[in-house]
Design a protein around this ligand. Structure first.
Ligand code: BMP
Length: 211
C-alpha cells in the first residue's frame, strides 16, 4: 500500500531537520514544511530536503494574485512537490497559485483542525478549489463532521488531513472517513524514537484497514 503519512517537519534546527528527513523521508508519502523551518533556514532548505522525500510547502497563501504567484514560484524553483494555499481569498488568487505552480501539486485549505470562520463556508471553499483546478484539499483529521463533509463534496480531489496525534485525531478514523493522507508532526518528531512512532502508525493502519 502507498504510504498514507505526510510528516510535518516543524522544527527550526537545520541539522535536526536533515537528520529526521534522512531517517524518515523514504518511509512517508511526503514531508511538509511550514514557516518555522523556512524562516530559520531560508527557502533553500526545500531543495536540500527534497533529496530525502517529496516536499510540500505549507505556505497557506492568502494574498492578492501577484503576491501568491511570487511566493509559489519560489517553492517551485526550489524543487517542491506541492504547495498549500488558503482558498478563502477567492478564485482569482487560487487560480494564480495553480497557474504559477507548474508541475507542483496545489492543495487548498477548506476546513481547519481547530474551529474557524472557514466552518461556515466550507462548501463554497470546496467549490472555489474545484473551479481553480487544485489537486487536493486540506481538511481536519480530528473533526469527523467536517472531514466527512469535505469528502462528500471533494469530487476526486485528494484530501490531506492534519490533526492526528498531538491534536487528538485518530489515524484509522481519519482514513476511514475519507482522508487520502494524514499529516502528522509532533507525535513523530517529539518522540524519543521518531522512526518507531512512524512504524506504529503504519502498523495500526495496516492492522485495521486490511481486515
Ligand atoms: P501536529 O501533528 O504537530 O499537530 O502538526 C500538524 C501540522 O499540520 C502543522 O504543521 C500545522 O501547521 C498543520 N495544520 C494543522 O494542524 N491544522 C490545519 O488546519 C492545517 C494545517 O496545515
Amino acid at each position: 500500500m502507498d504510504n498514507r503519512i505526510i510528516f510535518a517537519l516543524d522544527v527550526y534546527d537545520h541539522d535536526t531537520a536533515i537528520s529526521l528527513a534522512q531517517s524518515i523521508g523514504d518511509r512517508v508519502f511526503a514531508i511538509k514544511v511550514n514557516w518555522p523551518i523556512i524562516l530559520e533556514n531560508g527557502i533553500k532548505i526545500v531543495n536540500e530536503l527534497s533529496r530525502y522525500s517529496s516536499i510540500i510547502c505549507d505556505f497557506k497563501l492568502a494574498d492578492i494574485d501577484n503576491t501568491v504567484r511570487l511566493i509559489t514560484e519560489k517553492a517551485r524553483d526550489n524543487g517542491a512537490y506541492g504547495i498549500i494555499s488558503h482558498s478563502f481569498t477567492g478564485l482569482g488568487s487560487l487560480r494564480a497559485v495553480v497557474k504559477s505552480a507548474g508541475n507542483m501539486k496545489v492543495f487548498s485549505v477548506v476546513s481547519m483542525s481547530q474551529e474557524s470562520y472557514l466552518d461556515s463556508i466550507t462548501e463554497e471553499l470546496i467549490k472555489t478549489s474545484r473551479d481553480a483546478g487544485v489537486f487536493g484539499l486540506v481538511a481536519p483529521g480530528n473533526r469527523p463532521y467536517y472531514l466527512k463533509k469535505v469528502r462528500e463534496h471533494s469530487e476526486g480531489m485528494k484530501i490531506i488531513s492534519p490533526g492526528v496525534g498531538a491534536q487528538g485525531g485518530d489515524i484509522v478514523s481519519a482514513i476511514m472517513l475519507g482522508a487520502d493522507y494524514v499529516i502528522i508532526g509532533r507525535s513523530i518528531y517529539s518522540s524519543p524514537d521518531p522512526v518507531g512512532a512512524l512504524d506504529n502508525y503504519n502498523k495500526n493502519l495496516n492492522n485495521n484497514l486490511n481486515r
